[in-house]
Write a new protein. Sequence first.
Length: 123
Amino acid sequence: MEKKIKSPADLLALRNRAKAEIDVRSAREGVQITVHMGTCGIAAGARDVLTQLAAELAETHAEGVILRQTGCVGLCDQEPLITLTDRAGKEFRYGKLDRKKVREIVREHVLGGKPVIDHIVTY
């Protein structure tokens, strides 16, 4: 059971604990891959992309990669989509994905550091 907040100091302590948890989850130490799982993405095959990403990351023993899910990013005609954020914080949005493209992105971009230009979405 949570401790009740009885003073401003208790509230500040709670805030600091919550902020520390958020900072850990949003750390930019590794590569972050976000699969866009809005209804449009799911209908286009985002679940398959997520499954393939997890399998590729496990198979290649990729370290320092965070795999996340989020909702629609507003580019429904490009689904299924992922956003890859590299170690420097630069974002790359990949679209119209399938298993083969996911494998290529993991092998070339995640592991090799070279973006796969052919699959990047421009908007």
